[in-house]
Design a protein around this ligand. Structure first.
Ligand SMILES: C[S@@+](CC[C@H](N)C(=O)[O-])C[C@H]1O[C@@H](n2cnc3c(N)ncnc32)[C@H](O)[C@@H]1O
Length: 366
């Protein structure tokens, strides 16, 4: 079976994700919308690979139907044509999750109700039994996106939990960076494992830990929703995992993390241990201590909600002065206060607009 699919990701970072997909599958992918990428004609094995190896994607959704609609009745008619019985087994539970953009006289909750009803009624007619709905922990998750008069309906291969949730965080830093954004930044730094990578303000250690996981080729996780699919060959998936496990080898790498706070460094050490990686963490002051490193990747405090906005400006100034005193080849950072940082280091090689939560931010590359 071949599929068209949507891969979702962090808004603004699609180009990096497309490159990663290309590396994993050796296939082209296309920008679809902010935060989504289109994949054409991919196989079951491609879906295994993306869920298992991608470090930048949130989820991979097989498209069951897409098109245009004029009225809600028209939408209902088109969704009723999907052979849901091919994708959901009689004893499986399901949920519908919808997102809507544009001006409509219905809500995303209405869409969820309508599509849920269509699935139940179609199943009753075609198979003769009533499917169970389980909103919290379904076996099958149907996703719907409506944008103006365009829609797609898909089946989530990843699961309720996004791939960005890596499950190793035992210490939660209050301003931890999203793992997928951290990985995009590491890719943007062009880091290779023969180079030293330093995160001089590492907090709970996300960037160094993600870099170490990349070096060791550690997958996101090993459980995905596609394991419930009656139209997937689960033996092929088991073979895939065995092939991966027999290919795992240890490698040497040089990754360091600093933070001024001993509490965060303790947390980072715990997180690295839980992730199964070796990173050298130090309590150090990034405005004074050595920044010698081939590659520096970090997210400093932004100062947006701080009582004293001058604090961040001073931190950026002192950090940049220290940076100028040391040897480094490439620097990548993300901040929502990019104008403040650029005052002290203006000559960026590239800038990428993205978001931290809903906050506009920029990745600066030197
Ligand atoms: C936005 S947080 C980093 C979060 C981290 N990337 C994570 O995922 O957990 C910024 C960190 O910079 C640290 N910091 C602030 N000033 C510093 C300095 N002068 N030297 C080193 N670290 C500093 C703070 O303690 C804080 O943990």
């Amino acid at each position: 079976m071949r599929f068209n699919a949507i891969a979702t990701c962090d808004k603004g970072l699609e180009e990096i994700c497309i490159k990663e997909i290309n590396q994993i599958l050796n296939k082209r992918a296309y920008f679809y919308h902010l935060g989504s990428i289109y994949l054409k004609n991919i196989s079951e094995e491609d879906i295994f690979k993306l869920n298992f190896f991608s470090r930048t994607l949130h989820r991979i959704i097989i498209i069951l139907k897409e098109g245009e609609f004029n009225t809600l009745e028209d939408f209902e008619k088109k969704v009723s044509e999907i052979n849901f019985e091919e994708y959901i087994a009689y004893n499986q539970s399901f949920a519908v999750d919808a997102e809507r953009h544009g001006e409509h006289d219905f809500t995303s909750l209405d869409i969820e109700r309508i599509v849920g009803k269509i699935i139940i009624e179609r199943y009753l007619t075609k198979v003769g039994n009533r499917l169970r709905v389980n909103l919290k922990n379904p076996d099958i998750l149907i996703r719907v996106k409506v944008r103006n008069n365009h829609f797609w309906v898909g089946i989530d291969t990843t699961g309720v939990e996004s791939l960005s949730k890596r499950n190793y965080r035992v210490y939660n830093h209050p301003a931890a960076i999203k793992t997928t954004v951290a990985c995009c930044m590491i890719y943007l730094s062009d880091w290779n494992i023969n180079e030293k990578l330093l995160d001089p303000m590492c907090g709970g250690g996300t960037i160094p830990i993600e870099a170490a996981r990349m070096a060791l080729n550690i997958p996101n996780r090993k459980k995905f929703m596609f394991e419930n699919f009656k139209f997937f060959n689960i033996y092929k998936w088991k073979e895939f995992i065995l092939r991966y496990e027999s290919s795992v080898t240890d490698v040497n790498y040089n990754i360091e993390g600093y933070d001024i706070s001993p509490k965060h460094i303790q947390g980072a050490i715990k997180n690295a241990r839980s992730a199964g990686v070796r990173v050298k963490f130090y309590v150090a002051d990034a405005t004074k201590d050595s920044l010698d490193s081939d590659v520096i990747v970090f997210n400093p405090p932004y100062g947006i909600r701080m009582k004293n906005p001058r604090y961040v400006e001073k931190l950026y100034m002192k950090f940049c002065e220290n940076l100028k005193r040391h040897y480094w080849r490439r620097v990548v950072l993300i901040t929502a206060s990019w104008d403040k940082f650029k005052k002290y280091l203006p000559d960026t090689k590239k800038e990428i607009e993205c978001y931290v939560g809903n906050l506009p931010a920029k990745i600066l590359i030197y």
